[in-house]
Design a protein. Structure first.
Length: 172
């Protein structure tokens, strides 16, 4: 009896897996080597990313370069990406001594892609960090939070531009 039940469940799982694989389902994330994926990577590599002022802007610029221009800056860019960086911090979690023990850091970036296709948007990330009794410890926690927020914003900008370019290609 248990043997028949196992075979029945196995058969159902196998049929569902075959059905999903046959419907054209593709994972959103992953490194698939397809012609479309390679074309899109080449298209994204043709984006020139303008410099962003200040140290935090440089960090965001470098993250974007790592995502878009893996093989270096494009010699003949097809698009230009202009990004402005904004950051704010607010106290959170007030202790008995009426000093904040945690802080929210909000990082936002307004971006504008111009060229063969235009696209604009705002990407935002909010991260928290501990405010410690040690100023050095607090500074390291703040730097780590900023790094995480900048990575989130850069990934979001990259994803949104990729989706926009994919949809623009399918409309043509």
């Amino acid at each position: 009896m248990l043997h028949k039940l196992f075979h029945k469940n196995f058969l159902i799982i196998l049929l569902v897996a075959m059905g999903v694989s046959a419907c054209g389902y593709q994972p959103l994330h992953g490194n698939r080597k397809t012609a479309q994926n390679t074309k899109m990577k080449n298209e994204l590599a043709r984006i020139w990313i303008n410099e962003i002022p200040d140290r935090e802007g440089q960090q965001l610029h470098n993250e974007l370069l790592n995502l878009f221009n893996v093989k270096g800056r494009p010699a003949h860019p097809k698009y230009k990406l202009k990004v402005s960086y904004n950051e704010s911090t607010s106290g959170l979690g007030i202790g008995k001594d009426e000093f904040a023990t945690r802080a929210n850091m909000s990082v936002s970036a307004t971006f504008h892609l111009s060229g063969a296709v235009t696209f604009s948007g705002v990407s935002q990330s909010v991260v928290t960090y501990n405010i410690l009794t040690s100023p050095t410890g607090t500074e390291f926690a703040k730097r780590d939070a900023r790094k995480r927020a900048i990575e989130n914003v850069a990934t979001d900008i990259h994803r949104r531009i990729t989706v926009h370019l994919l949809s623009a290609k399918t409309e043509q």
